[in-house]
Design a binder for this molecule. Structure first.
Ligand SMILES: Nc1ncnc2c1ncn2[C@@H]1O[C@H](COP(=O)(O)OP(=O)(O)OP(=O)(O)O)[C@@H](O)[C@H]1O
Length: 272
């Protein structure tokens, strides 16, 4: 990685950590000047772009706002029927900036349906959802395009959110690295393993720095290390002030969430 590549990756890491505008320009310009005048390999001078961006964030005290912050997602009295089957009955959830909510319950109790209603993809029969801010959604399956490279996914999602090509590519790669995946390899999505395709899905959902992040069992196919990385990343996103809703069957991580919505029929009626 030459100095220009390192600086681009560094800028993307800052962007991921919500250091933007004049501050980011200033920090990147300073690093560029240092490298130009002092020479040397940026990895030896500054270390990895990720580590240096993390050190910058720590020193300038960016990110965590007051926790919990304003309400970002409010789902109230959600009821949904498919034919005669009542899938959701009066389910409610309120998530604030800086909180993680887990949606749990038995197979078929309506977790994905609830998340799709929150994402605005399915209409409820009763109740309403209010989302404040930008939304990111990671579906349980699908979401990737077989004949596109990971980078092309990032550029496509970035274009929809007004993020420039180069920045989208770098931000996507940086987010993928946090899940232990090197997305720079030129492999079409159809040749990725199931777990890696899911990492691509997840990376796309976080790319545009959503205020509300909806994740439907985002860890499917993940190995143990990737699973740990995922929860570390969710904790970091929460600490940056995102509101996160994650559908999960794995109850061993519930100590890492702020609230639990159990959609098992006996528990419906919601809590927040
Ligand atoms: N479009 C649809 N048309 C008809 N029935 C549907 C539709 N989508 C979901 N269902 C039914 O609604 C119920 C809830 O499905 P949903 O996928 O939300 O459950 P879930 O809790 O996410 O399940 P799992 O834990 O297995 O992922 C299921 O019985 C399912 O078959």
């Amino acid at each position: 990685m030459n100095a220009d590549d390192w600086l681009r990756a560094f800028a993307a890491e800052l962007y991921q950590r919500r250091v933007g505008g004049d501050t980011a320009r200033h920090v990147v310009a300073e690093a560029a000047t240092h490298l130009r005048e002092g020479g040397g390999d940026p990895w030896l001078v500054f270390g990895s772009p990720q580590a240096y961006a993390a050190a910058i964030v720590e020193s300038i005290g960016t990110a965590p706002g007051p926790r919990p912050g304003p309400v970002r997602l409010h789902a109230r009295g959600i009821t949904k029927r498919y034919g005669r089957q009542v899938v959701l009955r009066d389910a409610s959830l309120t998530v604030r900036a800086g909180q993680i909510a887990a949606v749990v319950g038995a197979n078929g109790c309506g977790k994905s349906t609830f998340l799709r209603i929150c994402a605005g993809l399915v209409s409820p029969d009763a109740g309403e959802v209010t989302v404040s801010g930008r939304l990111g959604y990671c579906p349980q399956q699908g979401g990737t395009a077989d004949f596109l490279l990971p980078d092309e996914h990032f550029v496509l999602v970035g274009a929809g959110q007004g993020v420039a090509r180069g920045l989208a590519r770098q931000a996507g790669r940086a987010a993928a690295r946090q899940l232990g995946w090197d997305a720079e390899n030129a492999v079409l999505a159809r040749h990725l393993s199931g777990g890696t395709r899911q990492k691509l899905n997840l990376t796309m959902s976080t790319l545009a720095q959503p205020d509300v992040l909806l994740l439907d069992e985002p860890y499917q196919g993940f190995d143990q290390g990737s699973y740990v990385n995922l929860w570390d990343q969710l904790t970091r996103l929460r600490d940056e002030g995102r509101a996160i809703v994650v559908v999960t069957h794995l109850l061993n991580q519930l100590d890492r969430v702020d609230m639990v919505l159990d959609l098992t029929p006996a528990h419906q009626g919601g809590r927040s």
